[in-house]
Write a protein that binds this ligand. Structure first.
Ligand code: ZN
Length: 58
């Protein structure tokens, strides 16, 4: 396992705990909230409050 994939595994644990982080350049306003994709796991996410994001269910 390379160092890069170890970092990804740690990040995915954060994701499993519901702590996603947005890909900054991907974030947009959808008329209701900020939406984007997690930079770690790629899941579609939405902002619930400052610095808190959750996975979107569509
Ligand atoms: Zn994530």
């Amino acid at each position: 396992m390379s160092a890069v994939s170890k970092i990804t595994v740690v990040s995915k644990i954060s994701c499993m705990l519901g702590r996603h982080e947005p890909q900054r350049r991907d974030v947009r306003w959808d008329g209701r909230t900020y939406v984007g994709h997690c930079k770690h796991c790629g899941a579609p996410i939405e902002r619930i409050k400052h610095r808190r994001w959750r996975e979107r269910t569509e």
